[in-house]
Design a protein around this ligand. Sequence first.
Ligand code: ADP
Ligand code: MG
Length: 334
Amino acid sequence: MGEFQLIEKYFNRNVSVHNCSNIELGIGDDCALLNVAPDCSLAVSTDTFLEGTHFFKGTSPYAIGYKSLAVNISDLAAMGADPLGFTLALTLPDDNESFVAEFADGLFDIADRFKIPLIGGDTTKGPLSVTITVFGNVRKGHAIKRASARIGDAVCVSGLLGGAAYGVALRYGKESSDSHDAKEKAFKLLDYPNPRMDLVPFFHRYNVHSALDISDGFMGDLGHILDCSGVSCKIELCDFPVSDVLMHLSRQKQLDYALNGGDDYELCFTLAEDDYNEWIEASEKGLAPIIYRVGSINSNSSCESEQAKARGIIFAEHGNQINPQTLRHSFSHF
Ligand code: ADP
Ligand code: MG
């Protein structure tokens, strides 16, 4: 099957489905045409997926299609943007129609769920690679940047962490589990991350100051917010939201996965204490998503030790600061 038939049969399918008023022109011309409202900014993000680097050889084509779009939608959510459309640059090693069919099924399952149309792309031959660029809409001045955390903010995450990283460890054979259910759940968390677009309206309602999605691990990603905002943070480890697939592991390992493991695609964000309290009140009534508070933003000067200062993160248990020396012994990655 030639390139154009392939595109026509598998990829030219959802612009009309979603009746997108912002898309003046989708697939088929030299460019797609997007109309952005005058009071909005266009949010743009790209991610590339390579076999062997970003997904295991042998991952199902359905999962590859699903995840490569999911992680891009997650970037839009982390910016407080609504999805407008996406492009797909697909490099395929051979003319394997069944791969493309399954890949397109995964891709459009999530595209349709988030009502985001495929508006263009490129198809080439070479080692398997998927590059997706997403476009989103956010009201001018309302994009949620990494650099805007404020002293006194509550630091929150949108879900339990560490499950996807445990899935990676299981796939590499670094962990083994007797529980079939826990294994399947960990693989599901790894292969089918859920972009937290549901949080976007609440980010705007509760005036979230800064946000990002947790792709490389909570510690490293939170570090970006702290660096960009010029602040530090105290993290309370007592009730740290650890994925339930980790419950059979030692607390040390649980925290190691939850703090350092990547691929969860939950959102980490900061907001004023009062707004946090209002969000919690609403979520207790079932009127807002459940969130987990993990700490508070402090001024940079509140890190006493040089080590904590360099990292910008202080750890506490039951409110009491933990000696970094103790921590280093406790968690292998520190
Ligand atoms: P050009 O030669 O102008 O780059 P192409 O022949 O690459 O155009 O693509 C023709 C049309 O098909 C364009 O509108 C392009 O955006 C679209 N397209 C190509 N590959 C893909 C793909 N993998 N997914 C979606 N649209 C695609
Ligand atoms: Mg082209």
